[in-house]
Design a protein around this ligand. Structure first.
Ligand SMILES: NC(=O)c1ccc[n+]([C@@H]2O[C@H](COP(=O)([O-])OP(=O)(O)OC[C@H]3O[C@@H](n4cnc5c(N)ncnc54)[C@H](O)[C@@H]3O)[C@@H](O)[C@H]2O)c1
Length: 349
Protein backbone atom coordinates (compact mmCIF):
# COMPACT_ATOMS: atom_id res chain seq x y z
CA UNK A 1 0.00 0.00 0.00
CA UNK A 2 1.29 3.45 -0.91
CA UNK A 3 -0.03 6.30 1.25
CA UNK A 4 0.22 10.02 0.80
CA UNK A 5 -0.09 11.83 4.15
CA UNK A 6 -0.25 15.62 4.11
CA UNK A 7 0.33 17.05 7.59
CA UNK A 8 2.48 13.99 8.35
CA UNK A 9 4.22 15.64 11.31
CA UNK A 10 0.99 16.47 13.14
CA UNK A 11 -0.55 14.70 16.13
CA UNK A 12 -2.48 12.17 14.05
CA UNK A 13 0.02 11.88 11.18
CA UNK A 14 3.06 11.25 13.37
CA UNK A 15 1.29 8.65 15.54
CA UNK A 16 -0.12 6.90 12.46
CA UNK A 17 3.24 6.77 10.71
CA UNK A 18 4.94 5.39 13.83
CA UNK A 19 2.31 2.66 13.97
CA UNK A 20 2.60 1.80 10.27
CA UNK A 21 6.38 1.42 10.27
CA UNK A 22 6.11 -0.78 13.38
CA UNK A 23 3.40 -3.07 11.97
CA UNK A 24 3.27 -2.85 8.16
CA UNK A 25 6.78 -3.34 6.79
CA UNK A 26 5.64 -3.41 3.15
CA UNK A 27 3.62 -0.18 3.23
CA UNK A 28 5.22 2.96 1.79
CA UNK A 29 4.46 6.48 2.99
CA UNK A 30 5.03 9.79 1.24
CA UNK A 31 4.63 12.60 3.76
CA UNK A 32 4.57 16.38 3.63
CA UNK A 33 4.67 18.89 6.45
CA UNK A 34 6.15 22.24 7.42
CA UNK A 35 8.06 20.65 10.30
CA UNK A 36 9.65 17.34 11.38
CA UNK A 37 9.90 17.52 15.18
CA UNK A 38 7.19 14.95 15.98
CA UNK A 39 8.37 12.51 13.32
CA UNK A 40 12.02 12.74 14.39
CA UNK A 41 13.99 9.77 13.01
CA UNK A 42 10.92 8.48 11.13
CA UNK A 43 11.75 11.09 8.48
CA UNK A 44 14.71 8.97 7.39
CA UNK A 45 12.97 5.60 7.74
CA UNK A 46 13.23 3.33 4.70
CA UNK A 47 9.43 3.21 4.34
CA UNK A 48 9.02 7.00 4.49
CA UNK A 49 9.70 9.63 1.82
CA UNK A 50 9.34 13.03 3.41
CA UNK A 51 9.10 16.52 1.92
CA UNK A 52 9.42 19.48 4.27
CA UNK A 53 7.40 22.21 2.58
CA UNK A 54 4.32 24.38 2.67
CA UNK A 55 1.30 22.63 1.21
CA UNK A 56 0.21 25.95 -0.31
CA UNK A 57 3.44 26.09 -2.34
CA UNK A 58 3.45 22.41 -3.38
CA UNK A 59 0.46 22.16 -5.71
CA UNK A 60 2.15 20.35 -8.61
CA UNK A 61 4.09 18.04 -6.33
CA UNK A 62 0.92 17.11 -4.44
CA UNK A 63 -1.00 16.31 -7.63
CA UNK A 64 1.85 14.10 -8.86
CA UNK A 65 1.89 12.25 -5.52
CA UNK A 66 -1.91 11.83 -5.46
CA UNK A 67 -1.64 10.23 -8.91
CA UNK A 68 0.92 7.71 -7.62
CA UNK A 69 -0.75 6.90 -4.28
CA UNK A 70 -3.29 4.20 -3.40
CA UNK A 71 -4.75 6.27 -0.57
CA UNK A 72 -4.50 9.95 0.40
CA UNK A 73 -4.91 11.34 3.95
CA UNK A 74 -4.98 15.15 3.87
CA UNK A 75 -4.43 15.96 7.56
CA UNK A 76 -3.24 19.56 7.16
CA UNK A 77 -5.56 21.94 8.97
CA UNK A 78 -5.74 24.64 11.57
CA UNK A 79 -7.44 22.75 14.42
CA UNK A 80 -6.98 25.10 17.40
CA UNK A 81 -10.18 26.85 18.62
CA UNK A 82 -8.40 30.12 19.49
CA UNK A 83 -7.43 30.51 15.80
CA UNK A 84 -11.02 29.98 14.60
CA UNK A 85 -11.77 33.31 16.29
CA UNK A 86 -8.47 35.15 15.78
CA UNK A 87 -7.89 34.21 12.10
CA UNK A 88 -11.02 32.70 10.55
CA UNK A 89 -9.96 33.45 6.97
CA UNK A 90 -6.77 31.41 7.41
CA UNK A 91 -8.93 28.53 8.70
CA UNK A 92 -11.14 28.71 5.61
CA UNK A 93 -8.22 29.01 3.19
CA UNK A 94 -6.28 26.08 4.61
CA UNK A 95 -8.96 23.75 5.97
CA UNK A 96 -11.34 24.19 3.04
CA UNK A 97 -9.74 25.76 -0.02
CA UNK A 98 -6.32 24.11 0.07
CA UNK A 99 -7.82 20.72 0.92
CA UNK A 100 -10.49 21.03 -1.79
CA UNK A 101 -7.71 21.04 -4.39
CA UNK A 102 -6.47 17.72 -2.98
CA UNK A 103 -9.99 16.25 -3.01
CA UNK A 104 -10.27 17.23 -6.68
CA UNK A 105 -6.90 15.61 -7.39
CA UNK A 106 -8.29 12.39 -5.90
CA UNK A 107 -11.36 12.63 -8.16
CA UNK A 108 -9.20 13.30 -11.22
CA UNK A 109 -6.77 10.45 -10.58
CA UNK A 110 -9.29 8.03 -9.02
CA UNK A 111 -7.30 7.79 -5.79
CA UNK A 112 -8.99 6.66 -2.59
CA UNK A 113 -9.46 9.48 -0.05
CA UNK A 114 -9.62 9.27 3.75
CA UNK A 115 -10.56 12.69 5.04
CA UNK A 116 -10.65 14.05 8.62
CA UNK A 117 -14.00 15.59 9.37
CA UNK A 118 -14.60 16.57 13.01
CA UNK A 119 -17.01 16.23 15.92
CA UNK A 120 -17.37 20.01 15.51
CA UNK A 121 -19.56 19.53 12.41
CA UNK A 122 -22.43 18.69 14.81
CA UNK A 123 -22.02 22.20 16.19
CA UNK A 124 -24.69 22.89 18.79
CA UNK A 125 -26.91 19.98 17.87
CA UNK A 126 -28.96 18.96 20.92
CA UNK A 127 -28.82 15.26 20.08
CA UNK A 128 -27.21 12.90 22.57
CA UNK A 129 -25.41 11.03 21.19
CA UNK A 130 -24.46 12.48 17.79
CA UNK A 131 -25.37 10.12 14.99
CA UNK A 132 -23.68 10.27 11.57
CA UNK A 133 -26.88 9.50 9.67
CA UNK A 134 -29.55 11.26 11.72
CA UNK A 135 -28.19 14.25 13.66
CA UNK A 136 -28.70 17.79 12.45
CA UNK A 137 -25.60 19.93 12.03
CA UNK A 138 -26.33 23.19 13.88
CA UNK A 139 -24.07 26.22 14.04
CA UNK A 140 -24.42 29.73 15.46
CA UNK A 141 -24.79 33.19 13.91
CA UNK A 142 -22.14 34.53 11.54
CA UNK A 143 -20.64 36.93 14.11
CA UNK A 144 -19.76 33.88 16.22
CA UNK A 145 -16.76 33.31 13.99
CA UNK A 146 -15.61 30.13 15.74
CA UNK A 147 -18.08 28.18 13.57
CA UNK A 148 -16.00 28.79 10.44
CA UNK A 149 -14.03 25.62 11.25
CA UNK A 150 -17.19 23.55 11.67
CA UNK A 151 -18.69 24.99 8.45
CA UNK A 152 -15.49 24.49 6.44
CA UNK A 153 -15.35 20.86 7.51
CA UNK A 154 -19.08 20.34 6.97
CA UNK A 155 -18.91 21.82 3.46
CA UNK A 156 -15.99 19.53 2.68
CA UNK A 157 -17.94 16.52 3.99
CA UNK A 158 -20.78 17.46 1.66
CA UNK A 159 -18.51 17.95 -1.37
CA UNK A 160 -16.73 14.64 -0.77
CA UNK A 161 -20.01 12.83 -0.22
CA UNK A 162 -21.45 14.31 -3.43
CA UNK A 163 -18.43 13.19 -5.47
CA UNK A 164 -18.91 9.74 -3.94
CA UNK A 165 -22.60 9.56 -4.79
CA UNK A 166 -21.78 10.66 -8.35
CA UNK A 167 -19.45 7.67 -8.54
CA UNK A 168 -16.35 9.84 -8.94
CA UNK A 169 -14.64 9.20 -5.58
CA UNK A 170 -13.97 6.35 -3.17
CA UNK A 171 -13.86 7.99 0.23
CA UNK A 172 -14.09 7.57 3.98
CA UNK A 173 -14.83 10.45 6.36
CA UNK A 174 -13.78 10.05 10.00
CA UNK A 175 -14.85 12.38 12.80
CA UNK A 176 -12.42 12.56 15.73
CA UNK A 177 -13.97 13.35 19.12
CA UNK A 178 -11.27 14.96 21.29
CA UNK A 179 -8.36 12.63 20.69
CA UNK A 180 -5.50 12.91 23.17
CA UNK A 181 -2.10 11.35 23.67
CA UNK A 182 1.59 11.72 22.93
CA UNK A 183 2.61 14.43 20.45
CA UNK A 184 -0.68 16.32 20.73
CA UNK A 185 1.07 19.70 20.88
CA UNK A 186 4.35 20.93 22.25
CA UNK A 187 3.76 21.55 25.97
CA UNK A 188 7.36 22.43 26.77
CA UNK A 189 7.91 25.52 24.62
CA UNK A 190 5.61 27.78 26.67
CA UNK A 191 3.87 29.19 23.61
CA UNK A 192 0.78 30.41 25.47
CA UNK A 193 -2.85 29.92 24.53
CA UNK A 194 -2.92 28.48 21.01
CA UNK A 195 -3.04 24.81 21.99
CA UNK A 196 -5.91 22.37 22.29
CA UNK A 197 -7.41 21.94 25.73
CA UNK A 198 -5.42 18.91 27.00
CA UNK A 199 -2.06 20.26 25.87
CA UNK A 200 -2.97 23.80 26.97
CA UNK A 201 -3.67 22.62 30.54
CA UNK A 202 -0.55 20.46 30.57
CA UNK A 203 1.54 23.37 29.36
CA UNK A 204 0.03 25.61 32.05
CA UNK A 205 0.83 23.07 34.77
CA UNK A 206 4.43 22.33 33.78
CA UNK A 207 5.16 26.06 33.42
CA UNK A 208 3.47 26.91 36.72
CA UNK A 209 0.77 29.09 35.16
CA UNK A 210 -2.82 29.06 36.39
CA UNK A 211 -5.31 27.01 34.39
CA UNK A 212 -8.08 29.22 33.06
CA UNK A 213 -11.45 27.49 32.99
CA UNK A 214 -13.76 29.05 30.44
CA UNK A 215 -17.30 29.62 31.79
CA UNK A 216 -16.76 27.37 34.80
CA UNK A 217 -15.43 24.40 32.81
CA UNK A 218 -18.89 22.84 32.84
CA UNK A 219 -18.82 21.76 29.16
CA UNK A 220 -18.38 18.03 28.84
CA UNK A 221 -16.40 16.20 26.18
CA UNK A 222 -15.63 12.55 25.41
CA UNK A 223 -11.90 11.91 25.22
CA UNK A 224 -10.33 9.16 23.12
CA UNK A 225 -6.79 7.90 23.59
CA UNK A 226 -4.69 8.03 20.41
CA UNK A 227 -3.91 4.28 20.35
CA UNK A 228 -7.63 3.54 20.05
CA UNK A 229 -7.90 6.22 17.36
CA UNK A 230 -5.02 4.72 15.37
CA UNK A 231 -6.69 1.31 15.63
CA UNK A 232 -9.77 2.82 13.97
CA UNK A 233 -7.69 4.52 11.27
CA UNK A 234 -5.85 1.27 10.50
CA UNK A 235 -9.17 -0.53 10.04
CA UNK A 236 -10.25 2.23 7.66
CA UNK A 237 -6.95 2.05 5.76
CA UNK A 238 -7.05 -1.74 5.50
CA UNK A 239 -10.68 -1.49 4.38
CA UNK A 240 -11.40 -5.20 4.63
CA UNK A 241 -14.11 -6.17 2.13
CA UNK A 242 -14.69 -2.46 1.45
CA UNK A 243 -16.04 -1.99 5.01
CA UNK A 244 -15.03 1.69 5.11
CA UNK A 245 -15.99 2.62 1.55
CA UNK A 246 -18.14 5.73 1.31
CA UNK A 247 -18.68 5.61 5.09
CA UNK A 248 -18.78 8.37 7.70
CA UNK A 249 -17.52 7.33 11.13
CA UNK A 250 -17.59 9.02 14.52
CA UNK A 251 -14.36 7.96 16.20
CA UNK A 252 -14.66 8.68 19.91
CA UNK A 253 -15.21 7.08 23.32
CA UNK A 254 -18.78 7.62 24.61
CA UNK A 255 -17.76 6.21 28.01
CA UNK A 256 -14.95 8.72 28.52
CA UNK A 257 -17.09 11.78 29.14
CA UNK A 258 -15.66 14.37 31.54
CA UNK A 259 -16.26 18.04 32.21
CA UNK A 260 -13.43 20.43 31.35
CA UNK A 261 -13.16 21.13 35.09
CA UNK A 262 -12.70 17.40 35.78
CA UNK A 263 -10.08 17.29 33.02
CA UNK A 264 -8.19 20.18 34.65
CA UNK A 265 -8.41 18.70 38.15
CA UNK A 266 -7.38 15.21 37.11
CA UNK A 267 -4.52 16.39 34.88
CA UNK A 268 -3.23 18.55 37.74
CA UNK A 269 -3.40 15.58 40.11
CA UNK A 270 -1.54 13.29 37.67
CA UNK A 271 1.23 15.83 37.04
CA UNK A 272 1.54 16.53 40.79
CA UNK A 273 2.23 12.84 41.34
CA UNK A 274 5.65 13.47 39.71
CA UNK A 275 8.09 14.70 42.41
CA UNK A 276 9.34 17.68 40.34
CA UNK A 277 5.79 19.04 40.12
CA UNK A 278 4.32 18.17 43.52
CA UNK A 279 4.55 21.84 44.59
CA UNK A 280 3.52 23.42 41.29
CA UNK A 281 1.96 26.86 41.94
CA UNK A 282 -0.73 26.18 39.29
CA UNK A 283 -4.28 26.88 40.48
CA UNK A 284 -7.57 26.49 38.61
CA UNK A 285 -9.18 29.88 37.92
CA UNK A 286 -12.47 30.81 36.26
CA UNK A 287 -12.65 33.08 33.23
CA UNK A 288 -15.25 33.92 30.59
CA UNK A 289 -15.29 32.84 26.96
CA UNK A 290 -15.24 36.52 25.90
CA UNK A 291 -12.11 37.20 27.94
CA UNK A 292 -10.31 34.03 26.88
CA UNK A 293 -11.28 33.65 23.22
CA UNK A 294 -12.88 36.99 22.29
CA UNK A 295 -16.45 37.83 21.28
CA UNK A 296 -16.57 35.43 18.32
CA UNK A 297 -16.65 32.35 20.56
CA UNK A 298 -19.57 30.06 21.28
CA UNK A 299 -19.70 26.42 22.33
CA UNK A 300 -21.89 23.43 23.05
CA UNK A 301 -22.29 21.82 26.49
CA UNK A 302 -22.01 18.15 25.57
CA UNK A 303 -20.72 16.18 22.62
CA UNK A 304 -21.15 12.41 22.75
CA UNK A 305 -20.43 10.17 19.75
CA UNK A 306 -22.65 7.32 18.65
CA UNK A 307 -20.13 4.73 17.49
CA UNK A 308 -22.51 2.09 16.18
CA UNK A 309 -21.29 2.61 12.59
CA UNK A 310 -17.65 2.09 13.55
CA UNK A 311 -18.51 -0.91 15.73
CA UNK A 312 -20.67 -2.57 13.11
CA UNK A 313 -18.75 -1.81 9.90
CA UNK A 314 -15.15 -1.57 11.13
CA UNK A 315 -15.42 -3.96 14.10
CA UNK A 316 -13.84 -1.19 16.21
CA UNK A 317 -14.28 -0.46 19.91
CA UNK A 318 -12.28 1.93 22.11
CA UNK A 319 -10.64 0.26 25.11
CA UNK A 320 -8.66 2.95 26.99
CA UNK A 321 -10.57 4.59 29.86
CA UNK A 322 -10.28 8.26 30.81
CA UNK A 323 -7.87 7.96 33.78
CA UNK A 324 -5.54 5.70 31.76
CA UNK A 325 -5.66 8.11 28.82
CA UNK A 326 -4.54 10.97 31.07
CA UNK A 327 -1.90 8.84 32.77
CA UNK A 328 -0.36 7.65 29.50
CA UNK A 329 -0.43 11.14 27.97
CA UNK A 330 1.33 12.70 30.97
CA UNK A 331 3.82 9.81 31.11
CA UNK A 332 4.84 10.56 27.52
CA UNK A 333 5.34 14.27 28.14
CA UNK A 334 7.39 13.57 31.26
CA UNK A 335 9.53 11.09 29.32
CA UNK A 336 10.38 13.62 26.58
CA UNK A 337 10.87 16.52 29.00
CA UNK A 338 13.84 18.62 27.95
CA UNK A 339 16.54 19.28 30.54
CA UNK A 340 15.14 21.55 33.27
CA UNK A 341 17.49 24.38 32.30
CA UNK A 342 16.10 24.37 28.73
CA UNK A 343 12.55 24.61 30.11
CA UNK A 344 13.59 27.46 32.32
CA UNK A 345 15.05 29.31 29.31
CA UNK A 346 11.96 28.61 27.19
CA UNK A 347 9.82 30.12 29.96
CA UNK A 348 11.90 33.27 29.75
CA UNK A 349 12.94 32.69 33.37
N1 LIG B 1 -6.79 15.80 16.97
C1 LIG B 1 -8.11 15.81 17.08
O1 LIG B 1 -8.70 15.45 18.13
C2 LIG B 1 -8.94 16.23 15.90
C3 LIG B 1 -10.30 16.47 16.12
C4 LIG B 1 -11.10 16.80 15.04
C5 LIG B 1 -10.56 16.91 13.77
N2 LIG B 1 -9.23 16.69 13.58
C6 LIG B 1 -8.71 16.87 12.21
O2 LIG B 1 -7.72 15.90 11.91
C7 LIG B 1 -6.70 16.50 11.08
C8 LIG B 1 -5.34 16.30 11.70
O3 LIG B 1 -5.39 16.76 13.04
P1 LIG B 1 -4.09 16.80 13.96
O4 LIG B 1 -4.60 16.73 15.35
O5 LIG B 1 -3.08 15.85 13.49
O6 LIG B 1 -3.62 18.30 13.66
P2 LIG B 1 -2.14 18.93 13.85
O7 LIG B 1 -2.33 20.40 13.96
O8 LIG B 1 -1.43 18.22 14.94
O9 LIG B 1 -1.43 18.57 12.49
C9 LIG B 1 -1.57 19.34 11.31
C10 LIG B 1 -0.23 19.36 10.63
O10 LIG B 1 -0.35 20.15 9.44
C11 LIG B 1 0.86 20.87 9.29
N3 LIG B 1 0.60 22.06 8.46
C12 LIG B 1 -0.11 23.15 8.81
N4 LIG B 1 -0.10 24.02 7.78
C13 LIG B 1 0.62 23.45 6.80
C14 LIG B 1 0.99 23.87 5.50
N5 LIG B 1 0.58 25.05 5.00
N6 LIG B 1 1.75 23.03 4.75
C15 LIG B 1 2.17 21.83 5.24
N7 LIG B 1 1.85 21.39 6.46
C16 LIG B 1 1.08 22.19 7.24
C17 LIG B 1 1.27 21.25 10.69
O11 LIG B 1 2.67 21.52 10.73
C18 LIG B 1 0.88 20.00 11.47
O12 LIG B 1 1.96 19.11 11.61
C19 LIG B 1 -7.09 17.95 10.91
O13 LIG B 1 -7.83 18.10 9.70
C20 LIG B 1 -8.03 18.22 12.06
O14 LIG B 1 -8.95 19.24 11.75
C21 LIG B 1 -8.40 16.37 14.62
Amino acid sequence: MKLLILGANGFIGSNLIAHIVAHKPDWKIVGLDLATDKLGPLVGHRQVTFRQADMLASREWIEAQVKEADVVLPLVAIATPATYVSNPIAVFELDFEANLAVVRDCVKHKTRLIFPSTSEVYGMSEDLPYDEEESRLVTGPIHKQRWIYSCSKQMMDRVIYAYGVRGDLRFTLFRPFNWMGPKLDDVWSNKGTSSRVVSQFLSDIVHGRDIQLVDGGTSRRCFLYIDDAIDALMRILENKDGCADNGIFNIGHPGNEASIRQLAEQLLAVVKSYPDYKDTPTRIRDTTADTYYGKGYQDVDRRIPAIVQAERKLGWKPVTDFPSSLQKTVEYYMRVRPALQECHNASGG
